[in-house]
Design a protein around this ligand. Structure first.
Ligand code: ADP
Length: 247
């Protein structure tokens, strides 16, 4: 019955150097939301994600994840992270099932996976439509299939927050549509989705909420209102002059 936010940033400012790349950022992600973060290159999207996940600490302000300070949050199994290209997997000659099995590690510790764990792994593979590829090496997958394998790993970990950083870069067009349909289905099942996306049509077709960023938040609200408004033009228009805050 708790209305605890999944993630919350309050008055966050952050810079890698003395110049802030994020300023005045406050936002709250509630359970069950499907939110997309958009903005020009270098606008701070990945930085925002890293702050949200506790991988970076804000210079000022506060970040909470599942009601705890994000930097000390340690229940990684609640969060499924799908990186751009899922590149780490490219060199690893392991099978899809082995990748998905990793999702169980936080739950099993040093014991062997039980039949129940394997059932969860198989179900995750099935949910993402990858059962037929379970024994294939991830090096032999298409980009879209690889991203599905990484989603399955998150599902096997019973993550309730999926965080994706431009997950469809390098994925062919048909697979992109299917990928977004999968995300939508998972969201319908109750998983919170936060997505960094450069493909605006994917965002406007699928996300319910848009957060438009360029150092500060230009828009945060319903996708329909984002489409109807001018936040995107303003965010991109000021990209070339990040210090242009006079007047
Ligand atoms: P986006 O994800 O929107 O492309 P980033 O969050 O990656 O934006 O970057 C925001 C700004 O911070 C950019 O100016 C970028 O050059 C800078 N930046 C990102 N990562 C680092 C880093 N590790 N060290 C220094 N500057 C960084």
């Amino acid at each position: 019955m708790t209305a605890e936010p999944v993630a919350e940033l309050r008055d966050v400012e952050f810079g890698y150097t003395a110049t802030p790349v994020l300023e005045d950022v406050s936002l709250r992600i509630d359970s069950g939301e499907y939110a997309a973060i958009v903005g020009p290159n270098g606008s701070g999207k990945s930085t925002l994600m890293k702050l949200m996940l506790g991988l970076l600490r804000p210079d000022t302000g506060e970040v909470q994840l599942f009601g705890e300070p994000a930097h000390s949050f340690d229940d990684g199994s609640r969060i499924g992270y799908v990186a751009q290209h899922a590149s780490a997997s490219k060199e690893m000659p392991i099978t899809v099932r082995e990748v998905v099995k990793m999702g169980r590690f936080p739950h099993v510790g040093f014991r062997r996976l039980s039949d129940d764990d394997w059932a969860i792994v198989d179900e995750a593979l099935e949910t993402v439509g990858m059962s037929a590829f379970a024994d294939r090496r991830v090096t032999q997958l298409s980009g879209g299939q690889r991203q599905r394998a990484f989603i399955a790993r998150a599902l096997a970990g019973e993550a309730d927050l999926l965080v994706l950083d431009e997950p469809t870069v390098g994925v062919d067009a048909e697979s992109v549509d299917a990928f977004y349909e999968l995300l939508e289905a998972l969201n319908d099942d109750g998983i919170t989705v936060v997505l960094i996306e450069h493909d605006l049509s994917a965002v406007t077709d699928h996300a319910e909420r848009v957060i438009c960023l360029n150092r500060e938040i230009y828009f945060d609200g319903k996708t329909e209102e984002f489409v109807a408004g001018d936040a995107l033009a303003r965010a991109f228009g000021t990209a070339a002059s990040p210090a242009g805050d006079s007047g």
